[in-house]
Write a protein that binds this ligand. Structure first.
Ligand SMILES: [Fe+2]
Ligand SMILES: [Fe+2]
Length: 190
């Protein structure tokens, strides 16, 4: 069965994964002395992560998918609760990354190690989170949600009143801006 809302979540995960892997590539090139830091670019990438996954993607998962699955499967409760806890920590996690970046910008080279460590921690938390959703939660949702449940969830994800839809153009524009700023092989910038 092809489920629209799960496809949307998966696409959003891929966009976030691309951003995270771009940040990792840039940082490792800086570490190797192949690249000078472009702080504006690094800040724009953090802004994207904050605006899209933290403010839009996670709340949508909580409100529709997790809420429905909670009603249908007691087996799913432990994994739902772990994922919700990650969502609650989301703001503190992105703030830690932002603070490390601000410190790097202020201190220059001396702040790099702290920034790189904070970035690796953030990436590892997000990877674990997305993998748990795709490998543990998606199968439970597919097993326990009814056709009517999916119709409701899909409608919420695709509906015009959904803030995600209204704002999608803006987020795409931000994504394009990053691709144009970022140096190869991450983006198309110089
Ligand atoms: Fe999530
Ligand atoms: Fe997610």
């Amino acid at each position: 069965m092809n489920i629209k809302s799960l496809d949307i979540i998966h696409d959003e995960h891929r966009a976030l994964a691309a951003m995270l892997s771009g940040l990792r590539t840039i940082a490792s090139n800086i570490e190797a002395g192949r690249l000078k830091p472009d702080y504006d670019l690094l800040e724009t990438m953090v802004e994207y992560i904050d605006k899209v996954p933290e403010k839009v993607h996670h709340p949508k998962e909580d409100q529709y998918l997790f809420a429905k699955l909670r009603l249908r499967s007691a087996d799913a409760l432990p994994v739902i609760e772990r994922l919700e806890e990650d969502h609650r920590q989301g703001e503190a996690r992105i703030n830690a990354l932002r603070a490390a970046l601000a410190n790097y910008r202020q201190q220059g080279e001396a702040g790099f190690t702290g920034y790189y460590e904070a970035l690796k921690t953030y990436i590892e938390q997000e990877w674990r989170h997305m993998n748990t959703e795709e490998r543990e939660l998606f199968p439970l949702a597919k097993a326990h949600l009814t056709v009517e449940d999916w119709a409701e969830i899909d409608a919420a994800f695709l509906g015009n009143q959904n803030p995600w839809e209204g704002a999608a153009g803006e987020y795409r524009a931000l994504f394009t801006k990053i691709v144009n700023m970022a140096p190869a092989p991450v983006g198309l910038g110089g």
